[in-house]
Ligand binder design. Structure first.
Ligand SMILES: [Zn+2]
Length: 222
């Protein structure tokens, strides 16, 4: 009887735990990029209507995470205090690997963080998240004088503003926000050798998105 119980209960468990991928990672296989994106968009829907779950924020979850993290998505977003990724996607501890910098621009250090997430944490999805009326983008559009290291921040945003100007959009700030996100997505997708190779192999997917300050909605920029 004991033997029968063992084979019924323990063997399937062992088989589930000892798949090559589970052994390599020490955890369940990472989710697909599609599944991660779905989770984020569902969380944003909850945020928009104020029906938040505040998942993964209990002391028990915190304790469980202490030994390691397996985030479902990397987010590169603006430092703007109104766009915290964990809040606008209704996620919790250990869910998102976040880099925030004004204008959501890509410096070498930011790229290194994103590469780390893809290489060492096996994160399948990278989201570049811009937002409506971004102050950093607006400052560049208005040709504001930059002092100190803000200069180098503006330098990263200027190419997007120049490109957006070419189509004479009715709202240059909005067009620049969108162009900036698309350009950063392209920079990540073509970043060699690490990310370009992973993206080509289908292991990592990059999407651009824009957050609406008025409605709280996240729009994917295709
Ligand atoms: Zn901003």
């Amino acid at each position: 009887m004991k033997k029968a119980l063992l084979s019924t209960l323990v063997l399937p468990l062992l088989l589930a735990v000892c798949t090559p991928q589970a052994l390599a990672n020490g955890h369940n296989p990472p989710p697909s990029a599609d599944s991660s994106l779905q989770t984020l968009l569902e969380g944003n829907k909850r945020f928009v209507v104020g029906n938040l779950l505040h998942p993964h924020q209990t002391p028990a979850h915190r304790t469980g995470l202490a030994k390691g993290q397996h985030p479902i998505a990397t987010i590169l977003s603006c430092s703007d205090s109104r766009v915290p990724p964990e809040v606008v996607f209704d996620q919790g501890l250990g869910d998102l690997f976040v880099t925030r910098v004004a204008g959501n621009v890509l410096s070498d250090e930011v790229l290194g963080s994103i590469e780390y997430g893809a290489e060492h944490l096996e994160i399948p999805l990278i989201v570049v998240l811009g937002h409506e009326r971004c102050g950093a983008v607006t400052a560049v559009v208005q040709g504001e004088h930059a002092s100190g290291s803000i200069k180098s921040l503006f330098k990263h945003i200027q190419p997007a503003v120049q490109k957006a100007k070419q189509s004479h959009p009715p709202d240059l700030v909005e067009a620049s926000v969108r162009t900036n996100v698309r350009m950063v997505v392209h920079q990540i997708e073509t970043s060699k050798p690490l990310l370009a190779q992973k993206i080509h192999a289908g292991k990592v997917h990059v999407v651009g998105a824009r957050y609406d300050l008025d409605t709280g909605e996240i729009e994917l920029l295709r």
